[in-house]
Design a protein around this ligand. Structure first.
Ligand code: FEO
Length: 400
């Protein structure tokens, strides 16, 4: 992919990673992009680099625009290695006059690149530099997604280089939001939010408020992953606010593993109870559903019902895997219930309830445990559990 001019003298010069499938536990079946931006002015500035291994693509794209040695400044918006992996090589090539980063960015750079000598200039929120016809205003965006994260706003062009915020892990040759299916774009953006930004939702709300307070009204959101927003900016800003507030709908997610099929039978009866009460349900068997799909479905659900058979006095490894991941992403204001079959012991439901308590879920029932294979009465109890959860969801979530 060649460089793309996104506004006069502002270029996308990043790299496309078609092959990556795992991003620290987040399954990304469509790969991703590492977006870098080049601004040509009296001072030429490169914003962020790309992951190690993509140096040639980055340099080729820069060369489409300008000799890389003519770059004056580097801006390091984020030190996670998908954006800074090529920093030492770029510094060696460009020999920048100045490198800008946030105060936490300096610490992260020192911690990652121990012997790299950089002409660092530390910038804080509200600091501005002139590069000729343009002014860059820096906005720290701590914890979106690391403590060092910041955004760079090109004031005259109204371009917000937003780093990880508003991204999608989606490899493609299209560069803009209006060149891809809007529904797919919003799905990938929601999945990215659920898997990357969700634990920092309170910070995301503050960031959105702060952008409004500063009267920043970007005409382009140049994110560091996926497509650049130029048409649907209002929609992604509104979606971020909704996701950050964790507004749930009348939806339940059943997340479960099964050993010999009994817990699967229970899940299907619980699903029936919810459907009969006209609650939207997603039933996710962990033998065929990845943890990152689970958290994506939980994002806008009010209820989560976890199921596991008892295995060796514990829960199935696949359920423990998803619970560990979900807990780290800190979904808020959920109600929950548990179910599972057992042969002897039968500790799984108690363990699942404890997981939910640890995640501050409001548990609506002690849960349903069935010995061996459920009979018709057992399955009726599962249907009733579904109806009970449905009733609580209706009580807590107003009808649209
Ligand atoms: Fe795209 Fe937090 O790195």
């Amino acid at each position: 992919m060649a460089s793309v001019e996104i506004k006069k003298d502002i270029y996308w010069v990043g790299a496309i990673d078609w092959d990556i499938r795992d991003f620290h536990g987040y399954e990304i079946p469509h790969g991703t992009t590492y977006n870098s931006y080049l601004v040509v002015d009296d001072k030429t500035v490169l914003f962020d680099t790309v992951k190690k291994g993509f140096m040639d693509e980055l340099v080729d794209n820069i060369k489409n625009v300008i000799n890389p040695e003519k770059i004056d400044y580097l801006v390091i918006d984020h030190v996670e290695l998908d954006h800074s992996g090529c920093l030492p090589d770029i510094v060696a090539l460009v020999k920048p006059e100045k490198v800008f980063c946030s105060p936490m960015g300096e610490k992260a750079i020192r911690g990652h690149f121990h012997n790299l000598d950089l002409p660092l200039e530390i910038v804080k929120t509200g600091d501005e530099i002139s590069i000729g016809k343009r002014t860059i205003k820096f906005l720290e965006s701590r914890m979106l997604h690391w403590p060092d994260s910041m955004c760079s706003y090109l004031q005259e062009d109204k371009v917000l280089i937003s780093n990880d915020i508003f991204g999608q892990h989606w490899a493609m040759n299209e560069r803009f939001d209006d060149e891809v299916s809007f529904d797919n774009l919003m799905f990938e953006s929601a999945k990215y939010y659920a898997n990357i930004i969700l634990p920092y939702s309170p910070v995301a709300i503050k960031f959105l408020d702060f952008v409004t307070e500063l009267n920043i009204k970007p005409e382009i959101l140049a994110t560091d992953h996926g497509v650049i927003w130029r048409t649907h900016i209002d929609k992604i800003l509104a979606a971020y606010r909704k996701w950050a507030l964790q507004k749930a709908k009348r939806k339940a997610v059943i997340v479960y593993g099964t050993m010999w099929g009994s817990t699967d039978m229970m899940a299907k009866s619980i699903e029936r109870g919810l459907v009969e009460e006209r609650i939207e349900v997603k039933s996710l068997n962990l033998s065929s559903t990845h943890r990152s799909e689970v958290i994506t479905e939980i994002l806008d659900a009010k209820a989560v019902i976890f199921g596991s058979p008892t295995l060796n006095n514990g829960i199935l490894p696949s359920v423990a895997d998803s619970l560990t991941y979900i807990k780290g992403l800190r979904p808020k204001d959920k109600i929950g219930a548990a179910f599972g079959s057992y042969g002897w012991g039968g500790e799984a439901v108690k363990i699942l309830n404890q997981w939910m308590l640890d995640m501050n879920f409001d548990i609506v029932d002690d849960g349903v445990r069935i010995k061996y294979i459920p009979n018709q009465d057992d399955l009726k109890a599962c249907v009733q559990l579904g109806k009970l959860v449905a009733g609580k969801v209706k009580e807590l979530v107003p009808e649209n």
